[in-house]
Design a protein around this ligand. Structure first.
Ligand code: XMP
Length: 489
């Protein structure tokens, strides 16, 4: 591909420096405008929004909701390998069309154990196998079968479950329509999938099928499970972390360090690409064309762009390093656009910034503070006793608080030494409590569709194809007075 030069008009520019010149609208209705965009060459998102790998933004609940809404969550790495892997496993297990490795208890387990097991894993039905490890279906025990009285606690589950002969089952694989019909006709909520030897092959629940049907745009893998990504570093125990995450079924690695255009990444990406060629890899962060080319040469599938624009970042204040975010996005597009996917990361304050990022070069946009303060973000709601206003904490991953907390979790001495050696480049702050992130994503989806309509297209992909070769032809640079007119309310 011919790589265009970055035009001088981009230098020093970021989101608030431009408006988009409205084009003749051609979309018959905004509510149907498709927003599909590539995450990597093998994965795409129906909503090109990714939640940040930050401990105050993406845990299990955020990752599940992001995927259900058509986006993606990246589980942060400021936690032990076990905790991060367990989170990925839980997301993969949640809402999947087929649960491939259902949780099992043996026939001889007691009702007391079954009650604790159901509570621990938050499940309503347990498949019972004949013997530990046999994987041969003996029956199904549902919460309704479990007596409340503790005097039954020592009795075996066998006395309370529905035995195999009375169960409806199906072979693996089975289509969603067939599974739905069998469950409807049998008035049952879960359908075990078994082979001719009663070997358990999977489980389908009606709740999950219904849920997925209501969300046709959910981000799913080829097996119908929700997509989830995870962040890893590039020193210390990162290979072990990657190994565990890959076994848990992670869909994409994010090799994430503050200054991605660094020699330390070379070995890491080479190792990861050799050991896990099947797992797509997005790496960053960079803010320059050279940084993006470096990532492409290393073989990364995508590059994450943004040095210092984030709300919790102090990098620019402490080190003077950084590139204004819209310039960085455009510079990276000029360097590697069309050859690897580009994710804009940080600095989005208004929904219009998302469209500008996409129209100037990004395929997807990562959000931190915009999704923080929600029910799905980790952490508690704090209520001010005087004003009764509700808040949550949002913090940079190199803020002293985040670093301190991750140190409790890690057994990686390299990470420990380097964290203790490096002064903070992030900060913690309180943000207003915002309710469910689903409402925020709904709003973003609506605003993106409107932006596409103003851009004179029927799809986001169409708008980008038209604008990307020359965004400056569509952008209006703003004077300070025009900025006041546009943004001061
Ligand atoms: P927003 O603006 O969406 O930015 O809140 C989220 C992005 O900020 C980055 N990040 C940091 N940058 N020091 C930094 O310089 C930090 O401690 C820090 N923590 C997060 C990260 O790229 C995130 O996605």
């Amino acid at each position: 591909m011919n790589h265009p030069q970055l035009e001088p008009a981009w230098i020093g520019k970021t989101f608030d420096d431009f408006l988009f010149r409205p084009q003749k609208g051609i979309a018959p209705t905004r509510s149907q405008i498709p927003l599909t965009s590539p995450l990597t060459s093998s994965l795409s998102l129906e909503l090109p929004i990714v939640s940040s790998n930050m401990d105050s933004v993406t845990g299990r609940k955020m990752a599940e909701t992001m995927a259900l809404e058509g986006g993606l969550g990246v589980i942060h790495r400021g936690q032990s390998i076990e905790t991060q892997t367990a989170t990925v496993e839980r997301v993969k297990r949640s809402h999947s069309a087929i649960i491939e490795n259902p949780l099992l208890l043996p026939l001889r387990a007691t009702i007391g154990e079954a009650r604790a097991f159901a509570r621990q894993h938050n499940i309503n039905g347990i498949l019972i196998e004949t013997m530990p490890g046999s994987n041969i279906l003996a029956g199904v025990l549902t919460r309704r079968d479990i007596p409340w009285q503790s005097e039954s606690d020592r009795r075996p589950v066998e006395e309370f479950m529905t035995p195999f002969d009375e169960l409806k089952t199906a072979p693996y694989p089975v289509s969603a329509d067939d599974a739905d019909r069998i469950m409807f006709e049998g008035r049952i909520e879960r359908l075990p999938l078994v082979d001719s030897d009663r070997q358990i092959q999977g489980l389908i629940t009606r709740k999950d099928l219904r849920f997925l049907r209501e969300r046709p745009y959910a981000s799913k893998d080829s097996k119908g499970r929700l997509l989830v990504a995870a962040a890893i570093g590039c020193t210390g125990d990162y290979i072990e972390r990657a190994d565990q995450l890959a076994s848990a079924g992670v869909d994409c690695f994010f090799v994430d360090i503050a200054h991605g255009h660094s020699a330390v990444l070379e070995k890491a990406i080479e190792m990861l690409k050799t050991r896990f060629p099947e797992v797509p890899l997005i790496s960053g962060n960079v803010a320059t064309g050279e940084g993006a080319r470096f990532m492409r040469t290393l073989g990364a599938d995508g590059v994450k762009v943004g040095v210092g624009p984030g709300r919790g970042c102090r990098t620019r204040l402490e080190t003077a390093a950084g590139i204004p975010q819209l310039q960085a996005i455009r510079e990276v597009w000029c360097a590697v656009g069309g050859e690897m996917s580009i994710m804009a990361d940080g600095g989005v304050r208004y929904d219009k910034d998302i469209f500008l990022a996409l129209a100037c070069g990004a395929d997807t946009v990562m959000l931190g503070s915009a999704l923080s303060g929600t029910d799905e973000a980790p952490g508690r709601v704090i209520e001010d006793p005087a004003t009764h206003t509700k808040k949550k904490i949002y913090r940079g991953m190199t803020s002293p608080e985040a670093v301190l907390e991750s140190l409790y979790e890690t057994s990686d001495n390299d990470a420990l030494d380097s964290a203790l050696d490096t002064p903070a480049e992030g900060q913690e702050m309180q943000v207003p409590y915002k309710g469910s992130v689903t409402d925020i994503l709904h709003r973003i989806r609506g605003h993106l569709r409107s932006a596409v309509s103003y851009a004179g297209s029927e799809t986001l992909a169409g708008a980008r194809a038209q604008i990307l070769p020359d965004p400056l032809a569509y952008l209006v640079p703003l004077t300070p007075a025009a900025q006041r007119e546009s943004y001061e309310r």
